[in-house]
Design a protein around this ligand. Structure first.
Ligand code: B4P
Length: 191
């Protein structure tokens, strides 16, 4: 199994790149943001809970997010490997992911981080907000809050995976194809 965490601030292109990488490497793509949005759209109990956090640009509480991720893994028990997009975002989530991988006699092979300057992130997300219909893309102050939450709560995971010798940084600015190529060079090296 090859299991990759695609990491980076909001708008760094995790979702965009995961769509190419999942085909290329035959991996199952799990985006916690997409699962939340699906549940919000279908007005499930999980969606109603998550919406109040997502709309403000805050993280959904760990217990809810970890349970949901575990269910997504169970649904894909025959997968060749996974691309985790938007998970983990806290140390508790990283610990939980480690245990879930142990249960499968597997492991996280790499965290690959897309590095993009904040002002480019804001520009990209405001642009996406013109068509996405996402409340968290519509307002610049909410976008800036998401970026702040990333630095306050999530960026620390770089150290977590660096200590395990599994962290790889990649320049996330350039054409989508060029960035896919940069990510592929890392994945080819570790898989
Ligand atoms: P996510 O769905 O993970 O959303 P994201 O960070 O906005 O997106 P991403 O980085 O994937 O950007 P994308 O490729 O779309 O999270 C949303 C919310 O869900 C969070 O704020 C949180 O509330 C909640 N949540 C999710 N996971 C959670 C967790 N584990 N714990 C707690 N809460 C959680 O790219 C953005 C834009 O840039 C697109 O429009 C794209 O077209 C453009 N773009 C991409 N690459 C480009 C390039 N190279 N050049 C120019 N534009 C580019």
């Amino acid at each position: 199994m090859t299991n990759i965490i695609l990491f980076g601030p909001p708008g760094s292109g995790k979702g965009t790149q995961a769509n190419f990488l999942k085909e290329k490497y035959n991996l199952v793509h799990i985006s916690t943001g997409d699962v939340f949005r699906y549940n919000i759209k279908n007005a499930t109990e999980l969606g109603t809970m998550a919406k109040s956090y997502i709309d403000k640009g805050q993280l959904v509480p760990d217990e809810i997010t970890i349970d949901m991720l575990s269910n997504e893994l169970d649904k894909n028990s025959d997968a060749n490997g996974f691309i985790f997009d938007g998970f983990p975002r806290t140390e508790a989530q990283a610990e939980a992911l480690g245990h879930l991988m142990d249960d499968k006699d597997s492991q996280i092979d790499a965290m690959v981080a897309l590095e993009v300057d904040d002002e480019i992130l804001v520009e990209r997300l405001l642009e996406r907000g013109k068509t996405s219909g996402r409340a968290d893309d519509a307002d610049e102050s909410i976008i800036r809050n998401r970026i702040k939450v990333y630095y306050d709560e999530t960026a620390i995971l770089k150290d977590y995976y660096q200590k395990l010798d599994k962290f790889y940084g990649v320049d996330g600015v350039g054409s989508i194809e060029a960035i896919t190529q940069r990510l592929s060079e890392v994945i080819d090296k570790i898989s």
